[in-house]
Design a protein around this ligand. Structure first.
Ligand code: RIB
Ligand code: CA
Length: 314
């Protein structure tokens, strides 16, 4: 039986790759995409989600529009220098033919979990606002979910949105603290591992040879994203963020885990930093918090090969 998933996303170049990776993987059944601000505004994230499902020929999969702003403040704005003005590497696709469903992202998540208790894994690869709103709407979802496997955070590694914080968590630290504190199993696939998954120029070149619409789209949108990485990191190619969460669902043995309670910094320079309680004595602020599976090691080469294998077969 494939594992049922809902991907909560801000597409986004690497979100696109992750969604396509999931769609090409028989271990997973994508029940829907829910959208959130982050790489782009939510309105554009929704359009892109609909566009991506058209490219993949999967217009049977619903898209639910999500939160436009963080729980406690306005969205600080998109990152066109990373993902392009269109969130798709400045290729400017035509408008999608379909519209999102009438339910909000949080309502869709609650309804799906209510209808399939114990069967669905939530896979947030953007800020955690929709997941926190779903928890507020129906706190019992914590008992209905199978697992929450998210891309975000940095336990022991430095941040990317600031020296302290990873971008998804930095965009809504209050939502993230609620999600890490709820009574469900969260697995954090963060910068501790994703900055060790290196897709090199030769891997990227291979996507152009696959001869299917998914890999062709990836080939079109990657140059802008890759330019950002090559200008800001000391490596050629890209690091693999959102697809690493998909790989965890398919082959968890690629990763090594530690289990720690996590709090999220809310103030000042540490805003958005995910703080694990790694020491012997658990401080009061971390007490009574669930243990999060924190990915701290990864077989990056195998992960990159797995994603390419799946896309080759699309
Ligand atoms: O820090 C990486 C995350 O931020 C990814 O989800 C990427 O899409 C960006 O939003
Ligand atoms: Ca993302």
């Amino acid at each position: 039986m494939p594992r049922k998933i809902i991907i909560d996303t801000d597409p986004g170049v690497d979100d696109t790759m992750a969604i396509f990776f999931a769609l090409c993987s028989p271990e997973l059944e994508l029940l829907g995409l829910t959208t959130v601000f982050g790489n782009v505004h939510t309105k554009l994230a929704t359009k892109n989600a609909l566009r991506l499902l058209e490219i993949a020929g999967r217009t049977d999969i619903p898209v639910a529009h999500g939160a436009d702003d963080a729980l406690t403040g306005d969205f600080e704005g998109p990152v066109p220098f990373v993902h392009g003005e269109d969130g798709q590497g400045d290729i400017f696709l035509p408008d999608p033919a379909r519209a999102p469903i009438d339910l909000s992202a949080a309502q869709f998540i609650v309804e799906q979990l209510r209808a399939n208790p114990g069967e669905i894994t939530l896979v947030p690869i953007g800020p955690l606002t929709n997941i926190a709103l779903a928890l507020r709407l129906e706190p019992r979802i914590a008992g209905w979910v199978d697992e929450v496997v998210l891309m975000g955070g940095n336990a022991l590694a430095p941040g990317n949105a600031s020296p302290a914080a990873e971008a998804n968590i930095r965009n809504d630290p209050e939502a993230a603290d609620l999600v890490f504190g709820a009574d469900w199993q969260v697995t954090m696939v963060g910068l501790d591992v994703t900055l060790r998954v290196h897709m090199k120029p030769e891997h990227i070149a291979e996507y152009a040879t696959h001869g299917n619409p998914l890999s062709a789209h990836i080939t079109r949108i990657l140059p802008h994203y890759r330019n950002y990485f090559e200008a800001n990191y000391d490596a050629e190619g890209i690091y693999v963020h959102d697809s690493s969460a998909i790989a965890y669902l398919i082959e968890p043995d690629l990763f090594t885990l530690r289990r720690w309670p996590i709090r999220v910094g809310a103030l000042g320079l540490g805003r958005g930093k995910t703080w694990p309680a790694t020491g012997g004595r658990i401080p009061p602020e971390w007490e009574s918090r669930p243990l999060v599976n924190v990915c701290v090691g990864v077989d990056g080469e195998r992960l990159v090969a797995l994603e390419a294998e799946r896309l080759r077969g699309a």
